[in-house]
Ligand binder design. Structure first.
Ligand SMILES: C[S@@+](CC[C@H](N)C(=O)[O-])C[C@H]1O[C@@H](n2cnc3c(N)ncnc32)[C@H](O)[C@@H]1O
Length: 431
């Protein structure tokens, strides 16, 4: 396919997503199934156009004076991909499957794109309904944070210390330009592609199959490292889901001690079994909510890790469609779940043990406020500053997250070049 056909396809897929409110991957898959002649390079380019158009939906619509799928895709090609107007004219002219030629208005807007007069949330590409809370979190940096959340994310890998070290993984992945991640001592990073570029398929690498590394954003790795788990400890991962954090915690324990992986939704736990096997993590016991309760763990855990359900505002780089779907009802629902999770998880912490609360949200109501409300309800817990832990585990010279007055940490794309994560640490006071 030529660029004209790819542009037309991206417009079709984006219209499908917008009009039928379909998940991006599903709409792309359907398009692929009904256009079998398209090569894999075409599919990648079309997918990239759609994802990038969603990332910059508000600012592109403002520049174009039009929020149609056509306007968003053309703006992505000319402005975000920096192909320019001449390339677009050729693409539209050379292919009979291409979209209609540019109108005078479109040409004018693409030639001199302007955000003049645009409100801050449009400049930041953050939904208007969330702007008040989002900007309260970041003050003068809010627009820069929104823009960083609208960029492409790198591929981050976590080296599994049970089976490999970072040098070994870097050597094996040098052909895909893997580099040491800037903050996590066990992180490996592959820079994001640009334009229609294809990301390497790291799961096809021998090192992945052998369990030397896992796909995991650097922010997620850091959240687990800040819990500072030690070999020999008793650990409960209370919202284990598919096991991303469980594996990261187990990777620090040298197969000594015990990790209990629990989730209220047994279907979410399903992938954990294969992942644990591949990683060689032998000290993890999965507790299925249907068959294995947690009563025997009450008051016994050195660390309870709660990677709570959240709005996912911190991972908009990777799931730009979720940004435009978020409703205030959904966020209110997550907040209630977070409160329930904290109250339930706290029961398992021993005297002097730690409760670590994590979200991939950047909204204060799901983060610091949730934890301080918990502290108000539970006088037997106290906040523990993560600042000294950060300096000790990651180095005082490493880029710093935002620390609030309790020493809770907020990582973000603009600040730490990671996904957005909140980490708060609490200790149960000794009697
Ligand atoms: C952010 S996800 C966990 C991701 C996972 N830790 C990882 O790193 O791959 C949040 C999880 O919390 C679970 N959850 C929600 N409410 C819960 C509850 N009351 N008790 C336990 N788990 C709960 C959800 O099923 C979901 O899998």
């Amino acid at each position: 396919m030529k660029d004209g056909g790819r542009l037309a396809a991206a417009i079709d897929v984006l219209s499908d997503i917008e009009t039928r409110r379909r998940p991006v991957q599903e709409a792309l898959k359907d398009w692929g199934a009904s256009h079998r002649f398209a090569g894999s390079g075409d599919r990648v380019a079309i997918g990239n156009l759609v994802f990038d158009a969603l990332r910059h939906k508000l600012s592109s619509a403002w520049k174009m004076g039009d929020e149609s799928a056509r306007a968003l895709v053309l703006a992505t090609y000319v402005l975000d991909w920096e192909r320019g107007l001449d390339a677009l004219d050729s693409a539209l002219a050379e292919d009979r499957h291409a979209p209609q030629p540019l109108t005078d208005d479109e040409r004018q807007r693409l030639a001199g794109p302007s955000l003049e007069g645009a409100p801050d949330w449009v400049r930041a590409d953050v939904p208007e309904a969330l702007w008040q809370e989002f900007s309260a979190a970041f003050g003068g940096d809010a627009i820069a944070e929104g823009q960083a959340l609208a960029s492409r994310a790198p591929i981050d890998l976590r080296v599994n210390r049970l089976k490999a070290d970072r040098d070994k993984v870097l050597k094996r992945l040098s052909h895909i330009n893997a580099e040491a991640a800037p903050i996590s001592p066990i992180g490996v990073r592959i820079a994001p592609t640009t334009g229609g570029g294809r990301s390497p398929h790291v799961q096809a690498e021998e090192g992945f199959q052998k369990g030397w590394f896992e796909l995991q954003d650097e922010g997620s790795q850091i959240a687990a490292l800040l819990a500072r788990v030690q070999p020999g400890q008793q650990v409960l991962d209370y919202c284990a889901g598919g096991g991303g954090k469980t594996l990261a915690l187990a990777g620090e324990m040298d197969n000594r001690g015990q990790v209990y992986a629990y989730d209220a939704d047994r279907l979410r736990l399903a992938p954990i079994y294969d992942r644990l096997k591949r990683a060689g993590a032998r000290n993890v016991q999965v507790r299925d909510p249907k068959t294995g309760g947690l009563d025997d763990l009450e008051g016994r855990m050195d660390l309870v890790f709660t990677d709570a359900p959240c709005s996912g505002t911190g991972v908009w780089r990777r799931r730009p469609d979720s940004k435009w779907r978020l409703t205030s009802n959904a966020i209110a629902g997550r907040r209630q779940e977070q409160r329930d999770v904290l109250d339930a998880a706290a029961r398992y912490v021993r005297d002097g043990g730690m409760l670590v609360y994590v979200t991939c949200s950047l909204l204060p109501g799901e983060n610091g406020r949730q934890v301080t409300d918990f502290l108000d309800r539970n006088a037997d817990f106290e906040a523990v500053s993560l600042k000294p832990v950060w300096d000790d585990v990651l180095g005082a010279d490493a880029p710093q997250p935002r620390f609030d007055e309790n020493g809770f940490a907020t990582l973000s794309p603009a600040r730490t070049n990671t996904d957005g994560f909140f980490v708060g640490a609490l200790r149960r006071r000794t009697a």
